[in-house]
Ligand binder design. Structure first.
Ligand code: SF4
Length: 386
């Protein structure tokens, strides 16, 4: 059951009209309820809700602790390839990004080395990433990488190009637990403007990819929009509709939401709709109140200070000590050093929180939370039944 019909029923004009009618009474009503409607979510996301952020933060904290306890799960990304045939204007991996840094795809032994380095730090959950180059980095290769990673970690997810159901089923068969796939932007016009090449240009195929992963048996599904591409309040409504849709059709899978905010982009791209820190906080709080059982992930794209501030407001998983280049943990580590830029392997984006995993663990403890290296299997169990 495609999500496209829902998107057609909720064009931008309808979302804008919903926001235009929001009053303080709507925000107070939304705050007082346990089960929240799309109208309630619009109230909490609207500018009218700004004076209510403290009350929203208290409710977000209460709901997160109820569903997840005082725990933050830790994970690390492993980039296994930076080859990409797509041309997304905002991304350094894009085929026409202008970067001269090295492109590479890790072989099985190199993947093993990267896994070994992260496992030694204590990680049990990793996210394998590639660009979109299905001819050079086909499903078989990614499935092999999943199988290798499963030798080292109890939970392996991927963030790769959109696949058909058979592709996801093959990854699942090899031990895959999760698929993260951001729509980037749900706005069709903006999607067309920023995606200039590759299979990613097919909006409809990407829109339903995460649902195909659920159909293929993948147990964890991760959603997100690239904050900065389009108007965040409108995107958030569409994202929430997508999440509700997936909760119905992929009820056996657990959902999580990520909040990637565009920062360092290639010179040819300008962030048209920047999202400020207070806006990002409002977005997270409102979505937490609307999706109380969903995991919320926060990557090292955000600064250490901002990540620490967000810990008590609904975050359930954080990456730490991340590298966004293939081989960044064991093989090409030395290429991160100053003065070797001409030989550097291309990274996807510059990490803002450069703390080591140990430093992030200490920050989580200081905030009164327990860092966990294993995922929330127990916490997700009730959701899978219901
Ligand atoms: S966002 Fe993904 S598909 Fe687009 S250029 Fe970057 S790596 Fe390639």
């Amino acid at each position: 059951m495609s999500f496209q019909a829902t998107m057609e029923a909720w064009p931008r004009e309808r979302v804008e009209a919903l926001y235009a009618g929001i009053t303080p009474a709507d925000v107070e009503g939304a705050l007082s309820r346990e089960e929240r409607s799309i109208h309630d979510l619009a109230a909490l996301l609207s500018p009218v809700a700004r004076p209510y952020l403290e009350a929203m933060a208290r409710e977000a904290q209460r709901l997160t602790r109820w569903h997840f306890g005082r725990t933050i799960s830790l994970y690390a990304p492993i980039y296994i390839s930076n080859l990409c045939a797509a041309d997304c204007l905002y991304c350094s991996f894009a085929s026409h990004s202008g970067s001269r840094d090295k492109r590479t795809t890790l072989g099985p032994d190199e993947i093993r080395e990267e896994c070994r380095a992260l496992a030694a730090l204590g990680y049990q959950h990793v996210l394998l990433l590639t660009g979109e180059a299905p001819r050079i980095v086909p499903v078989d290769y990614i499935a092999g990488a999943v199988a290798i990673a499963r030798e080292y970690f109890s939970s392996v997810s991927v963030e790769v190009y959109a696949m058909d159901t058979a592709g996801y089923a093959e990854l699942h068969r090899r031990g895959l637990e999760g698929v993260t796939l951001y729509m980037e932007t749900y706005d069709r016009d903006m999607y067309r403007r920023v995606h200039l090449g590759g299979e990613k240009m097919d909006y409809g195929f990407r829109l339903d990819a995460i649902e195909r992963a659920g159909e293929a048996g993948v147990r964890r599904l991760g959603l997100g929009v690239l904050l900065g591409l389009y108007q965040w309040r409108i995107e958030a409504l569409w994202l929430a509709l997508h999440a509700r849709h997936l909760q119905k059709v992929c009820w056996q899978s657990a959902l999580s939401v990520s909040f990637p905010r565009l920062r360092h982009t290639p010179a040819r791209f300008r962030v048209e709709h920047p999202v400020s820190d207070p806006e990002m906080v409002q977005l997270m709080l409102a979505l937490r109140l609307f999706l109380p059982e969903s995991g919320f992930n926060l990557s090292t794209r955000e600064s250490a200070a901002f990540r620490d501030r967000l810990i008590p407001l609904g975050i359930t998983a954080m990456s730490a000590g991340s590298s966004t280049r293939p081989g960044g943990y064991a093989i090409h580590r030395e290429e991160c050093c100053e003065g070797m830029a001409e030989t550097a392997v291309l990274e996807q984006f510059e990490v803002e929180d450069t703390r080591s995993p140990g430093e992030v663990v200490s920050a989580i403890r200081r905030a009164g939370y327990d860092p966990v290296w294993k995922d929330f299997d127990a916490a997700f169990a009730p959701m899978q039944l219901g």
